[in-house]
Design a protein around this ligand. Structure first.
Ligand code: ATP
Ligand code: MG
Length: 258
C-alpha cells in the first residue's frame, strides 16, 4: 500500500512545491512508483512538472467534488511520476465543498483505490490551513514540513502543529509527522544556523539530516517544466533532493527492521 504524504506549511514560498516535484522525481529515479497530487489552485506543481494547467479537463477539482474518478485525472510526466493537475478552478472547491457531506474526507476517499498502485503519493498543499489542506491532512499518513530557517519560522510552525494535533484527535488519529525539512538554507547566515539548532533541539530525529541549500538551479528548473535532476543533475539542488529521497528510504528500512 502506498504511503500518502502531505507536503504542507501554511507559510507561503517555503519550498513546498519545489520539494513535491523534486522528491517525487528523485524517488521515481529509484524505481518507486510515485503519484503527485497538486492541491493548490496556483497549479505550480502542475506547471513545474511540465504540464499546461489549462489543458487537462480532469483535475484535483473534479476529484474532490466526486465528478470523476482519480484514474481519469492521471497524467504521466517527464519526471517519471504520475500527476493529478490543478488550476485556478480549484479555488472554487473551497466554497463548493462546504455544501457537501464529509467534506474533509473527499480526497481520502478519492485516492483509496489508487494506493495499491503507488509506493508514494505526495500532496502539494496551498499556503493556507484551509479545506484543501485539511483534505490533504485527512488523506495522509504523514506530513512533510518544508521550512526556511528564519526568525518567525518556529512561530508559524506552532499553528501547523496545533492543526495536526486537532486532526489527530478527530479526523485522522494515525497522522504522523514524516519530517521537517530545512530549505533554501544558507550556511553563511548565522540566523539560519541558530534556528537550525533550535529545530534540532525541538524535533530531534524528525528533523531531516539532509538540508536543501539555496540553489539557483532549483529555482530555474520549473520554468523548463522539469525536476532539477533532469535539468542539472550535478547541481547542489539535485544532489540534495536525491539525498533526501535516500534518507527517506533509509528511515523506512530502519522502521521496518525494528
Ligand atoms: P507557495 O506557498 O506559494 O505554494 P511553496 O512553499 O510551494 O510556495 P516554492 O514554490 O517551492 O514554495 O518556492 C518558492 C520560490 O523559491 C520559487 O520561486 C522556487 O523556485 C524558489 N525556491 C524553492 N526552493 C529553493 C531553493 N532551495 N533554492 C533556491 N530557490 C528555491
Ligand atoms: Mg507551492
Amino acid at each position: 500500500m502506498g504511503k500518502v504524504v502531505a507536503i504542507a506549511n501554511q507559510k507561503g514560498g517555503v519550498g513546498k512545491t519545489t520539494t513535491s516535484i523534486n522528491l517525487a522525481a528523485s524517488l521515481a529515479k529509484t524505481r518507486r512508483r510515485v503519484l503527485l497530487i497538486d492541491s493548490d489552485p496556483q497549479g505550480n506543481a502542475t506547471m513545474g512538472s511540465g504540464i499546461n494547467k489549462e489543458a487537462h479537463p480532469v483535475t484535483t477539482y473534479e476529484i474532490l467534488l466526486g465528478a470523476a474518478p482519480l484514474e481519469a485525472a492521471l497524467v504521466p510526466v517527464e519526471g517519471g511520476y504520475d500527476l493529478v493537475p490543478a488550476n485556478g478552478q480549484l479555488a472554487g472547491a473551497e466554497v463548493e465543498l462546504i455544501e457537501l457531506d464529509r467534506r474533509e474526507r473527499r480526497l481520502r476517499s478519492a485516492i483509496e483505490t489508487a494506493r495499491a498502485q503507488y509506493d508514494y503519493i505526495f500532496i502539494d498543499c496551498p499556503p493556507a490551513l484551509n479545506l484543501l489542506t485539511l483534505n490533504a491532512l485527512v488523506a495522509a499518513q504523514s506530513v512533510l514540513i518544508p521550512m526556511q530557517c528564519e526568525y518567525y519560522a518556529l512561530e508559524g510552525l506552532t499553528a501547523l502543529l496545533n492543526t495536526i494535533r486537532k486532526i489527530r484527535e478527530t479526523l485522522n488519529p494515525s497522522l504522523e509527522i514524516e519530517g521537517l525539512l530545512r530549505t533554501m538554507f544558507d550556511p553563511r547566515n548565522n540566523l539560519d544556523n541558530e534556528v537550525s539548532a533550535q529545530l534540532k533541539q525541538h524535533f530531534g530525529d524528525k528533523l531531516y539530516r539532509t538540508i536543501i541549500p539555496r540553489n539557483i538551479r532549483l529555482a530555474e528548473a520549473p520554468s523548463h517544466g522539469k525536476p532539477v535532476i533532469a535539468y542539472d543533475m550535478q547541481s547542489k539542488g539535485a544532489q540534495a533532493y536525491l539525498a533526501l529521497a535516500g534518507e527517506m528510504l533509509r528511515r523506512e528500512e530502519e522502521v521496518a527492521a525494528a
